[in-house]
Structure formats: structure tokens, C-alpha cells
Ligand binder design. Structure first.
Ligand code: CA
Length: 223
């Protein structure tokens, strides 16, 4: 389980990091909102712990930015301010739960476990994009009513696209997520697989969903 802690108070951040690492979580720390947002966008975390009062960009704005980009990682807000207003604002902006500082580590751990579990259950839920439908439990894919037969790699590639729609995915990102490996000079294998996938997902349909972004990578989008 990978957790991102966005917290500018170094003592609090290292207290959380140490505690979670003892519970076998992998923990990264960011010390301001911009860094936190950047890390959350570029790594697949299972949970984000987000302080509200942060330098450069406040936590609520960072959460809004993430949600705008369709990144649905569960977020637990850490707030020193216990006014109802701030908490409501936090939940409106897309955070999943909050904890008021100061908190006991046991309380934090209980919330973390609940959110991680919930996030994993969500990952079992069907994913839809345009007329594509993917069942992550059965590993099945449909376009409209037609089931599409994919190999394991093609399936993983499509799942990665569908979990990150409307975002340009670089070949490096695709290699790291789908092959768990950095390919560097072998990135044409990705082009080959994207072409396999296109033949099955797009070829027989007027509306193409997988688009090439020249010199950068690929994007799953509707036009
Ligand atoms: Ca703070």
C-alpha cells in the first residue's frame, strides 16, 4: 500500500511516516501543496493524507485539482481547524474523510485502513468510458453490447487508459504502469500493443477512443 503524506510540519510528517511504515505502508512525503499535487498526479497512491494549511497551494485546492483530473485516490484531510465550515468545505472539495489535529496515531491508522479498504472495493467496481465498459473482477471488456476479447497485456493497457481517461499518458508512464518496468529505448513495444488494442477497440467503430499525441504518447478521449 502506497501512501502520500502532504504535510509542511516536518515533525508531524515524519511522525506519520514512521508510524505508517511500521504498519508496512510505503510512505512518500511532500512538504507543500504544489509538490503534493505533482506527486499525486505522477504516482499511483492508494491513499493521500492531505494537510489543509500548506505553503504554495492549500490542501483543499490541491484536492480540487486532483479531482478535476479525474484522479480518484481516496484523500484523508488533516486539519488543524476544527470549525464545521472548513470540514464541510474539505468534503465538498472531494476529500473522503478528515481528522482534526492533534490526533492519536491509532485514530489516524483506523481511518487510513478504512479508506484504503474502501478504495480497493471501488477498484473492483466496473469502469465505464464512453460506450466502453470494463469489469476489473472478471477481466472482461465490452464496447456497447459487444464483448471484446483481449490478451492479458491488452487488458492491462486498456484498464490503465480507462483509469486515466482524458490524460495524455507518456510511453514511459505506460511502461511503468502496465509492464512494471522502465523501457527507455524499447518504447516501440508500447506502440505495437496500442495498435493491437486499437484494432480490437476502435477499428470497427466510427468514434475512435484511443488517440495518438504526436511525440508524447496516447490519450483515451471521446473526440
Ligand atoms: Ca500545515
Amino acid at each position: 500500500m502506497r501512501v502520500l503524506v502532504v504535510e509542511d510540519e516536518k515533525k508531524v510528517a515524519s511522525f506519520i511516516k514512521r508510524g505508517l511504515e511500521e504498519e508496512s505502508f510505503d510512505v512518500d512525503v511532500a512538504h507543500d501543496g504544489e509538490e503534493g499535487l505533482y506527486m499525486a498526479e505522477s504516482n499511483p497512491y492508494d491513499l493521500i493524507l492531505m494537510d489543509i494549511m500548506l505553503p504554495k497551494m492549500d490542501g483543499l485546492t490541491a484536492i480540487q485539482e486532483l479531482r478535476k483530473k479525474d484522479i480518484g485516490t481516496p484523500v484523508l484531510c488533516l486539519t488543524a481547524k476544527d470549525t464545521v465550515d472548513d470540514i464541510v468545505k474539505g468534503l465538498d472539495s472531494g476529500s473522503d474523510d478528515y481528522l482534526t489535529k492533534p490526533f492519536a496515531f491509532a485514530e489516524l491508522l483506523a481511518r487510513v485502513r478504512t479508506l484504503v479498504r474502501r478504495g480497493q472495493q471501488d477498484r473492483g467496481a466496473e469502469i465505464r468510458f464512453a460506450d466502453l465498459r470494463l469489469d476489473p473482477v472478471a477481466h472482461k471488456v465490452w464496447r456497447g453490447n459487444k464483448e471484446i476479447d483481449l490478451t492479458a497485456k491488452e487488458y492491462s493497457l486498456l484498464e490503465y487508459f480507462m483509469r486515466n481517461p482524458n490524460q495524455v499518458l507518456t510511453r514511459t508512464q505506460i511502461a511503468e504502469h502496465v509492464w512494471d518496468y522502465t523501457f527507455d529505448s524499447f518504447t516501440n513495444i508500447i506502440d505495437v500493443y496500442v495498435n493491437y488494442l486499437r484494432k480490437k477497440v476502435d477499428k470497427d467503430y466510427d468514434k475512435k477512443l484511443i488517440h495518438t499525441v504526436r511525440g508524447v504518447g496516447y490519450v483515451l478521449k471521446e473526440d
